[in-house]
Design a protein around this ligand. Structure first.
Ligand code: ATP
Ligand code: MG
Length: 435
């Protein structure tokens, strides 16, 4: 007889009722003297393996009973359907072989503090909730790329090492760069994306972004993955329409693909999906300010809207909401001044409810050469370091708009997590660079 086929937990349905081999790790084990239930992990999923004393040699059963967490094994048995199993199947064990021992695995089912878990991130990745979160991340990343690829945006991989500066040098990581002085880790790909719209019209990038800001909040990492999209001949209003359609599409796709993962995370996707069926309201900053003041908030024209206030607005409008047309002094130099109210710019932040806050920042860009110089001077930024960027306003300048989404914040929202540190495999924060 031929050897049973070695399969992964991603392809169970093709092998229903068959004798198969699966290689993996002991995720957990429990049971009695008559039967043991072994949770076997493979490909980010867990399969229950049933070891019945009656069906096995005495020695085999006893060895199973003494298996330690995270021992690696190869198990062979019959794959049977099981409605109660989250993955729909279980394996009736016939034989097994140990591959690698595991003694005193440090992460046990008991409660460990977050600091301990973060310092064990290289091992913590194997835990059930972490498996679920990173699978959601995988689906979301795929869905994001797919969204833009299908709509004929061209992927432009913008540089991570940059010479010119984005907005303000205070939030940039710098490193020595041979004889050329300092290089900075990119905090946005936007300026480079803007160059590419003249070649490809509609472009996007999706890569790591670095911010040296000293923020120790639930929603700031020093390294995060940002989706940025930039389009020629697109107005501020069209930019918001694109963002709304983009968020609705990728959230629905990710939720659909990750129902078992959301169950592990005890996240009911119902309310989230309801938000995706409603239009996202668009509120002017000045009206947001008025509302916040009516709620006795001490806020004046020009102040940024902090996260507590973002949540007050999300509650008032019952879900995701765009806050648009901020005072120009609160926003970056490249945002186009609002012709109808030059105190403001044509920008919008998309605020998510459920404690998440700003997930997207976007704007129409200033396309006029002398206006943008004026804005740089207003902000006291060195005009000479933007030379190549300014040339875009000399050679066939066009109206254009773009936005940036912090993917970890969207993952946190989908998963119902209060902190974004678990939404990336190896979080980088002010106080954490290890492992
Ligand atoms: P915030 O005001 O929340 O610090 P920001 O206005 O500085 O954010 P933008 O420069 O507009 O952020 O960046 C676009 C998006 O990138 C934000 O809407 C957010 O989703 C994400 N983002 C920004 N900074 C961080 C960070 N430090 N960690 C994780 N995501 C971030
Ligand atoms: Mg912003």
């Amino acid at each position: 007889m031929s050897e049973p086929k070695t399969i992964s937990l991603n392809e169970l349905s093709e092998y229903r009722g068959q004798l198969v081999t699966i290689q993996g790790w002991v995720h957990g084990i429990r049971g009695s003297n008559a039967r043991q239930f072994l949770s076997l992990r493979n490909s980010g999923r867990i399969l229950q393996v049933l070891a019945e004393k009656e069906l096995l040699a005495e020695e085999t059963f006893s060895e199973i009973k003494h298996l330690k967490q995270e021992t690696s094994l190869s198990v062979t048995g019959k794959l049977v359907e099981n409605e109660k199993s989250p993955i729909g199947y279980e394996l009736i064990l016939e034989s097994f072989r140990k591959i690698g021992e595991s003694e005193n695995y440090p992460i046990t089912p008991k409660d460990h503090g977050i600091d301990f878990l973060l310092s064990q991130r290289h091992l913590w990745l194997r835990s059930s909730r972490q498996l679920a979160i990173l699978r959601v991340r995988d689906e979301l990343s795929f869905s994001i790329r797919n969204y833009f690829h299908e709509r004929k945006f061209t992927l432009i991989d913008t540089p991570i090492l940059t010479g010119s500066i984005g907005e303000s040098a205070g939030t940039l990581f710098s490193t020595e760069y041979f004889d050329l002085g300092n290089a900075y880790l990119a905090q946005t790909g936007q300026l480079y994306l803007e160059t590419a719209i003249f070649a490809h019209n509609r472009v996007y990038c999706f890569g790591p972004t670095f911010r040296a800001e000293k923020s120790k909040t639930r929603r700031h990492l020093t390294e995060f993955w940002m989706l940025e999209a930039e389009s020629a001949f697109v107005s501020h209003e069209q930019n918001m329409e694109l963002q709304e359609d983009f968020i609705k599409t990728v959230v629905k796709q990710t939720v659909q693909a990750c129902l078992p993962e959301l169950k592990v995370l005890e996240r009911d996707p119902g309310p989230l999906l309801e938000y995706m069926e409603r239009p996202f309201p668009k509120i002017d900053y000045k009206d947001a300010l008025e509302f916040l003041r009516s709620e006795k908030e001490d806020i004046v024209w020009g102040d940024d809207i902090n996260s507590e206030r973002e949540q007050m607005l999300a509650r008032k409008y019952g879900g995701p909401v765009f806050i648009q047309k901020y005072p120009r002094e609160a926003k970056a130099f490249y945002m186009k001044v609002n012709p109808e109210d030059p105190r403001t710019v044509l920008n919008a932040d998309l605020i998510a409810p459920d404690g998440v806050g700003e997930i997207i920042g976007g704007s129409e860009r200033e396309e006029n050469y002398s206006n943008i110089i004026k804005r740089l001077e207003e902000e006291k930024l060195p005009v000479e370091s933007y030379e190549w960027y300014l040339e875009l306003r000399k050679y066939g300048s066009v109206p254009h708009s773009g936005f940036g989404l912090g993917s970890e914040r969207l993952i946190a929202w989908i998963c119902g997590l209060s902190h974004i540190r678990e939404c990336i495999p190896f979080p980088r924060m002010m106080e954490r660079l290890y492992p």
